[in-house]
Design a protein around this ligand. Structure first.
Ligand SMILES: NC(=O)c1ccc[n+]([C@@H]2O[C@H](COP(=O)([O-])OP(=O)(O)OC[C@H]3O[C@@H](n4cnc5c(N)ncnc54)[C@H](O)[C@@H]3O)[C@@H](O)[C@H]2O)c1
Length: 417
């Protein structure tokens, strides 16, 4: 089978990840790139040996050409998805689109309609659907080993430093420049939970707020920049401590360090912390997204789900308890403790991966598996090789918007069937 040809729009940390997986799997070949950052653009154009005629500084320049590849990876930032996704769908590209689809329901609907109108293969990067662990959970549910799923309790442990990095200092700190935390982070969790239940909820409620990373919590001695702060040894959120430790650990260079500097030296890191957003005191940033949130969901058959997202944890895989009429599962992202009520027997079921939960670890194997599933679907022109399509992804995004509405209005929101 010949490799699927790919264009890459947005060659940041995510775009680079999928493009590299595509090439290393042998299933894909990157033949065009659109990226304004000259260093990123040139580095990847050289790495993938892209013809200079097909190297662009903007997704629009690529969209101005006739279709140059079978498929395109759209990995621009959250508020820059709708333009490229619709334009590329109209050109007939199959599309791998980063989550969230878009910040608003209207834009996400435009994207889904463009994918359907053009009959292109379309996948949102809900990588958690594709991990070996998720396959195991789905298999156990499908085999009926816990009977009918009645309740789920799910924890997204964002991690204290990851929260400070991405949601206090980083790209996803403000609702008006990216989106609410439930959309930018936990659209993954909501999508995953809906996937497990195999149905959308009928009613949702939600509570949550920004409780800690705000000026009122700032210690009197804290300074605006962590580099100057007398509390740097004891503050759990000290940027100096965190990023210099990351510099000393090569496995953290691509992520999270790659978000703050392209040069992995102490002077470059210190310069980024002195002048850039990642060196700011966590109590003095311009962030406004929540640092903890709960969502409850009710399904048509009466099943219920409670979901907690919190900054105040180690960064780990999600923890999930699935309570069924015949059995119980307690999962940690690698293994499942299974109790069968019919026999009273316990068993430990293991997914075949040790991959950690971070972007540096490939999200538990999900990044790689999603890339391969997408390329296989394009190569075979068979969308059933993917676990969700445009309509399903739009539906799970709608649950997120309904939950946000519930949180902001203090109401229980009923979803259309
Ligand atoms: N699936 C996941 O688990 C996951 C994890 C992290 C981030 N994301 C999502 O992936 C997306 C990208 O995140 P990232 O961390 O790679 O961000 P990033 O900032 O590293 O990458 C975005 C890239 O888009 C480029 N860009 C800006 N304007 C452009 C234009 N006009 N044309 C082409 N490219 C342009 C930027 O220069 C940058 O290199 C976001 O939507 C984010 O929410 C998904």
């Amino acid at each position: 089978m010949s490799a699927v040809t790919l264009a890459l729009a947005g060659a940041g940390l995510r775009g680079e990840t999928y493009a590299r997986h595509a090439v290393s799997s042998g299933l894909g070949r990157v033949v065009a790139i659109a990226e304004p950052d000259a260093h990123r653009r040139q580095t990847l154009a050289a790495e993938f040996q892209i013809n200079p005629d097909q190297v662009y500084a903007d997704w629009r320049d690529l969209a101005a050409q006739p279709r140059l590849a079978d498929a395109v990876i759209v990995a621009t930032q959250d508020r820059m998805h709708v333009g490229p996704a619709v334009a590329y769908a109209d050109l007939g590209y199959h599309i791998l689109l980063e989550k969230p689809m878009a910040p608003t329901e209207q834009e996400a609907t435009e994207i889904a309609e463009a994918a359907l109108r053009n009959k292109v293969i379309f996948a949102v990067c809900h990588v958690l659907r594709y991990t070996p662990y998720t396959r195991l959970v789905k298999q156990v549910l499908a085999e009926g080993r816990i009977g009918r799923l009645v309740s789920v309790q799910h924890l997204e442990p964002v991690g204290w430093w990851h929260h400070a990095h991405s949601f206090v200092r980083g790209n996803w700190r403000r609702s008006d420049t990216s989106g609410p935390m439930l959309l930018t982070k936990s659209c993954h969790d909501i999508d995953w939970l809906v996937y497990l239940f195999g149905a959308n909820p009928t009613r949702v409620s939600s509570f949550g707020s920004l409780t800690h990373f705000r000026a009122s919590e700032r210690p009197a001695e804290a300074t605006d920049r962590c580099l100057d702060c007398p509390l740097k040894q004891t503050c759990p959120y000290s940027a100096e401590k965190f990023y210099l430790n990351a510099l000393a650990d090569e496995s953290q260079h691509f992520w999270p360090l790659g978000a703050i500097t392209a040069e992995f030296t102490e002077p470059a890191v210190r310069e980024a912390l002195r002048t850039g957003p990642y060196g700011r005191c966590v109590y003095g940033s311009d962030n406004d997204v929540v640092d903890h949130q709960v969502v409850t969901m009710e399904f048509a058959d009466g099943a219920t789900c409670s979901f907690t997202m919190s900054a105040f944890t180690p960064m780990e895989h999600c923890h999930t308890r699935l309570l069924g009429t015949h059995g119980y599962l307690d999962g940690d992202g690698h293994t499942l403790r299974y109790v069968d009520f019919r026999t009273g027997q316990e068993e430990t079921l293991s997914a075949r991966t040790d991959a950690g939960p971070t972007a540096a670890d490939g999200h538990g194997g999900g990044d790689e598996a999603l890339t391969e599933a997408f390329l296989a679907a394009v190569a075979a022109n068979d969308p059933t090789l993917l676990s969700s399509d445009a309509t399903q992804s739009l539906a799970t995004h709608r649950v997120v918007w309904a939950a946000e509405e519930a949180r902001l209005t203090g109401t229980v929101v009923t979803l259309d069937s």
